[in-house]
Design a protein around this ligand. Structure first.
Ligand SMILES: Cc1cc2nc3c(=O)[nH]c(=O)nc-3n(C[C@H](O)[C@H](O)[C@H](O)COP(=O)(O)O)c2cc1C
Length: 319
């Protein structure tokens, strides 16, 4: 196993990231996830204004250092998600804070990680690049990413189109660094399945929206509990890129579902203010949503995931 993976896994109770989610993941989520032994993450743009990002990072660092005193060696590293697309007007300031706090893992998204690799490596951090296709995975690896986050079909947020079954082996042909697999993973069996496929970690977003520590509204969490896969719709309408949404939230916002098959030129992820409104009112979830039965604290969720993971690791039926 890759030595970076070994070093990270030693501190985990489960090979899992709580994935970064716009307007959903904040410091409480990161702290509770890391204390439970999984990698907690958040998008830097969730902290507004910029001063708040400084406060969040400071609070995460202090809480995790304190937790480390009582549970040495068992607190997971944390991660910040940095949008590297040219439309991110805060890119430079956010990167400066990432460097100031020496964030252990940076998850770069919506572009090549090349622009951040040197600075993150400068203080000993790792860059994991979020990619949705084999071509993007190859480009990110060539650009110096330490790890790749493969977003397969069925994911909440901007999803990939490729089945996980084919995505992981296709990338393993040319990349032997850490691979994180996401897209529709909803329980501990799914975490184990990611490992069986050849990934080192699983990446779970949707399931963590319905936790007490997430910043999602109560109505959004309730809708997750009530929804199943029939309520999920894939559409490029709101951002120009295919993402999975909860159809009841689209109806609730008064958007005509017959418009959803193509992109709306008025809005998009590169138009940051409209993007914020979209994600506030139109709620996203992945295809695993039907397995969410209640809102719960992260510590309880991780304990459940661990039990499911262990059950899935039992002796094989065929030898
Ligand atoms: C509400 C929501 C917001 C998201 N926002 C971001 C984001 O800001 N940056 C990012 O890299 N990924 C974002 N994602 C994608 C997740 O990080 C992750 O890839 C995805 O949730 C994994 O699939 P799953 O939801 O089926 O577990 C978002 C996903 C959701 C559901």
């Amino acid at each position: 196993m890759n030595e970076q993976v070994v070093a990270i896994k030693k501190r985990l109770s489960l090979p899992l990231f709580s994935a970064p989610m716009f307007l959903v993941s904040g410091p409480d989520m990161v702290i509770e996830a890391c204390k439970a032994g999984i990698i907690g993450s958040f998008p830097t743009l969730n902290a507004r204004p910029l001063d708040m990002l400084d406060e969040w990072m400071n609070s995460i660092m202090q809480s995790l250092e304190k937790a480390e005193e009582t549970n040495p060696g068992r607190i997971a590293p944390w991660a910040a998600n940095l949008i590297v697309h040219r439309s991110n007007s805060r890119f430079k300031q956010d990167l400066d804070l990432v460097v100031k706090y020496r964030v252990p893992i940076v998850i770069s998204a919506l572009g090549s990680p090349r622009s951040v690799v040197d600075e993150i490596h400068g203080y000993g951090g790792l860059v994991f690049s979020d990619v949705s296709s084999v071509n993007f995975a190859r480009k990110a690896a060539d650009a110096g990413a330490d790890g790749l986050v493969l977003i397969a079909a069925g994911a909440g947020g901007h999803t990939g189109q490729m089945t996980a079954m084919s995505f992981v082996p296709a990338v393993r042909e040319f990349f032997d660094g850490p691979i994180v697999l996401g897209g529709g993973i909803i329980d501990g069996r799914g975490v184990r399945a990611a490992e069986v496929l050849g990934a080192d970690f699983a990446y779970m977003g949707t399931r963590f929206i319905a936790t007490e520590e997430s910043m999602a509204s109560g109505a959004y969490k309730d809708m997750l509990v009530q929804s199943n896969v029939n309520d999920i719709i894939l559409s490029p309408y709101f951002t120009g890129i295919n993402a999975n949404y909860l159809l009841p939230s689209i109806r609730q916002a008064g958007v005509d579902p017959s418009l959803l098959h193509k992109a709306n030129p008025e809005i998009g992820f590169d138009k940051q203010e409209s993007d914020r409104k979209v994600w506030r009112d139109i709620w996203s979830a992945g295809q695993g949503v039907g397995s969410i039965k209640r809102v719960q604290p992260i510590a309880e969720l991780v304990a459940e995931l661990k039990a499911e993971y262990r059950a899935a690791c039992e002796t094989p039926a065929y030898v």
